[in-house]
Design a protein around this ligand. Structure first.
Ligand SMILES: NC(=O)c1ccc[n+]([C@@H]2O[C@H](COP(=O)([O-])OP(=O)(O)OC[C@H]3O[C@@H](n4cnc5c(N)ncnc54)[C@H](OP(=O)(O)O)[C@@H]3O)[C@@H](O)[C@H]2O)c1
Length: 281
């Protein structure tokens, strides 16, 4: 048990953040978690409102708690204010964590890459984003590393929860299959989905290590968005044949093969990161 050790989770009201909050409590962390628009009712957690656009308040919150560890999951994937929240907000978190001498784990994404390669990206590959969101996450990585050189930057891939904890990827596939939305799932966009519980467990294991720099933590199975949608359909009792697949359009440009090579993390962690075919198949 981690008596008296404090973990501050930004984005505790989000999908990954909520899984982290739950698991960290069971592991004995004193948990402080932030929300932006809605405060969860999880007991035994100190909830703090946070708006990452207010950089001074962001730094002050972290310095006030001076937690042993900060895990920064909060972000925004679209406008308005995506760069202010996702990039500069991450920089403010890193400044606060550095001033408070807190260990920092920052969540990043596979879309910092352009997706043009055949094979998987390793930690030494340079970011080369092709979307505004990818650029914001790549900028966040730079700002975090500059402000807190000992930070650990964890790049991950599509996060899902399966039938017990469906996330937005599952909800979207079900909306399409059940006729509430329309979509073609791309056969040429490759990702390494990771179960939210596996990622939370890996992050909490990393919280107690002192590794810094970049680490890829994603699932071992490389699947297309089409295969991922079919796996979700089957796991939720729908007919996978109802998922329509096709190639991604030439424009606007999208990162196609963002497969992450996570062998370094797999070698360091006792947490087993399961493949999506094992979890949902
Ligand atoms: N989901 C994926 O498939 C995926 C893939 C690759 C990487 N990632 C990375 O994993 C991390 C977590 O993703 P997620 O899907 O768990 O996120 P999420 O469910 O969308 O949650 C986002 C969190 O950010 C908070 N937030 C939004 N705007 C904010 C602001 N202005 N100030 C402070 N907090 C704000 C939200 O608070 P409220 O809900 O209270 O408004 C929420 O807690 C992100 O860093 C993301 O880049 C995710």
């Amino acid at each position: 048990m981690l008596m008296g050790r404090t973990l501050l989770i930004t984005g505790g009201s989000g999908f990954l953040g909520a899984a982290l909050v739950e698991l960290a409590r069971t592991q004995g962390w004193d948990v402080v978690a932030t929300y932006h628009t809605h405060m969860p009712q999880t007991a035994g957690v100190r909830w703090e409102a946070l708006d990452l656009r207010d950089r001074a308040a962001t730094r002050a919150l972290i310095e006030r708690y001076a937690p042993d560890v900060v895990i920064h999951t909060a972000y925004r994937q679209e406008e308005p204010d995506m760069t202010a929240i996702t990039a500069h907000g991450a920089g403010a978190v890193a400044q606060g964590a550095y001033a408070a001498q807190s260990r920092l784990i920052h969540l990043s994404s596979d879309v910092v890459f352009d997706g043009e390669r055949s094979g998987s990206y390793t930690e030494t590959d340079a970011p080369c984003p092709v979307t505004a969101y990818g650029a914001a996450k790549a900028a966040a990585e730079r700002l975090v590393a500059d402000a807190h050189p000992a930070a650990l930057i964890v790049r991950t891939s599509l996060i899902y929860g399966g039938p017990e904890h469906p996330g937005r990827h599952e909800r979207f596939v079900l909306d399409v299959i059940d006729g509430r939305a329309e979509a073609v799932f791309f056969t040429d966009e490759l990702r390494c989905p990771i179960a939210v519980g596996d990622l939370a467990a890996a992050l909490l294991e990393l919280a107690e290590q002192d590794r810094s720099g970049i680490l890829h933590v994603a699932g071992p199975d490389v699947v297309s968005r089409y295969e991922f949608a079919r796996l979700i359909a089957g796991a939720f009792g729908r007919d996978p044949a109802r998922v329509r697949g096709g190639p991604s359009p030439a424009a606007p440009r999208r990162p196609r093969n963002c497969a992450l090579d996570s062998r370094v993390a797999q070698g360091m962690l006792t947490t087993r990161i399961r493949g999506v075919r094992d979890v949902l198949g």
